[in-house]
Design a protein around this ligand. Structure first.
Ligand SMILES: *Cc1c(COP(=O)(O)O)cnc(C)c1O
Length: 367
């Protein structure tokens, strides 16, 4: 197979071990003689995978017992609707740090008054707004911890006067998280914990089932109500209907790799910071490039940069140069332009070294 360095923003690069064991399980799941794609999700072997996957989430993120961990379909985009459906009685507050946050707020508006406490849209979401007031009469405050398109990140668990809800699609499992600061955390798996097709939801159980006085979507349709997936007898958690078995299996293998090979999220965070520093140092040092995100808000997952003044005409040339050297997925999102390299968990230090070497070579040849 061709040697490439995969910097795609999502779906992302996965640990080789996780992909290999998925292939093996597709052929023969758990020595049953039946492949993963063909087993019943009610077989004991599968129930064990579900239970172990939930346990891996609990172990890795230290999730307390009063939170449930759900694996659902529909992607993070479906959660933009499901979150307000379950948690918003009258009013919610949103921090608009990118188009994902904006899309989340758009769905909330269907359910009630939605306050955008601050937005960085004026500067193409290149920073995280800091000066804002959270209305204390809102049911929750929604943040997007990592802004995949713009390369900004809220890398701490903030103190919030009301319930905090976070879309952590693109930085979940990249660092330790204090889950107790949040009422609910959700995201699509395909940025850091698995392939597309499964959505994780970590929710404190006591916040569910509180909606009374609301006109829209009340009572909740069965599939939209988190309790359908959470508050059943334990063996049915996330098994109300057929779960996405294939992506859950690969997520299980990816988290096992994170726990056993890497040693957990603290270790992962150290490696991620090291990878990220290496690339930002080069972006800042190289005279041909300039970073687009405010330095204090830089993401350690997604790194965005453009050609510096005087070198703008070299953009296509660098893209071709990098492609020739095996760099994949470094084209920036059209709203930012330039380049974006996503250094998710399974992207190795060597991958980043290769990218940095490529940037240095290009500078030497073109300065
Ligand atoms: C990719 C992404 C989404 C959308 O996820 P889907 O699973 O494709 O719906 C939402 N939020 C953030 C921060 C993302 O990076």
């Amino acid at each position: 197979m061709k040697k490439v360095h995969n910097f795609n923003a999502g779906p992302c690069v996965l640990p080789k071990e996780a992909v290999e064991s998925t292939i093996a399980a597709i052929r023969d799941f758990d020595n049953t003689g039946i492949g993963l794609l063909e087993i019943s999700h009610r077989t004991p072997g599968w129930e064990r995978v579900m239970e172990e996957t939930r346990q891996l989430w609990r172990d890795l993120l230290n999730i307390p017992a009063d939170y449930e961990v759900l694996f659902l379909g529909g992607g993070a985009s479906t959660q933009f609707m499901t979150v307000p459906a379950n948690l918003m009685e009258k009013k919610a507050a949103y921090l608009q740090t990118g188009v994902w946050a904006k899309k989340a707020a758009k769905e909330a508006k269907l359910f009630g008054e939605t306050v955008i406490v601050a937005s960085s849209e004026d500067k193409t979401y290149s920073y995280i707004p800091k000066d804002y007031t959270i209305p204390t009469d809102a049911d929750y405050f929604h943040i997007t911890t990592n802004n995949t398109i713009y390369g900004t990140e809220i890398r701490h668990d903030m103190d919030c006067p009301i319930m905090l809800v976070a879309d952590m699609s693109s930085d979940i499992m990249s660092r330790p998280v204090d889950v107790t600061k949040y009422g609910l955390i959700y995201g699509g798996a395909q940025k850091n914990v698995g392939p597309a097709g499964v959505t994780f939801v970590i929710v404190r159980k006591d916040i569910l089932g509180k909606i009374q006085d609301r006109k829209y979507m009340n009572p909740l349709p069965t599939m939209v109500d988190y309790r359908t997936h959470a508050v059943e007898e334990a063996r049915n958690i996330s098994m109300f209907n057929t779960p996405p078995v294939l992506p859950i299996f690969t997520m299980h293998e990816t988290l096992k790799w994170l726990k056993e090979t890497i040693g957990g999220v603290e270790e992962m965070n150290k490696i991620n910071v090291k990878k990220s520093n290496l690339l930002y140092e080069e972006i800042d040092r190289n005279c041909m490039f300039v970073g687009t995100a405010a330095k204090e808000d830089r993401s350690i997952m997604n790194h965005c940069w453009v050609m510096a003044e005087g070198y703008q005409d070299k953009q296509d040339a660098f893209m071709a140069f990098a492609k020739e050297r095996g760099m994949v997925g470094i084209k920036g999102h059209r709203s930012v332009g330039g380049f974006r390299a996503s250094l998710y968990n399974a992207c190795s230090y060597e991958d980043v070294e290769a990218l940095v070497a490529c940037m240095q070579e290009f500078e030497k040849a073109n300065k």
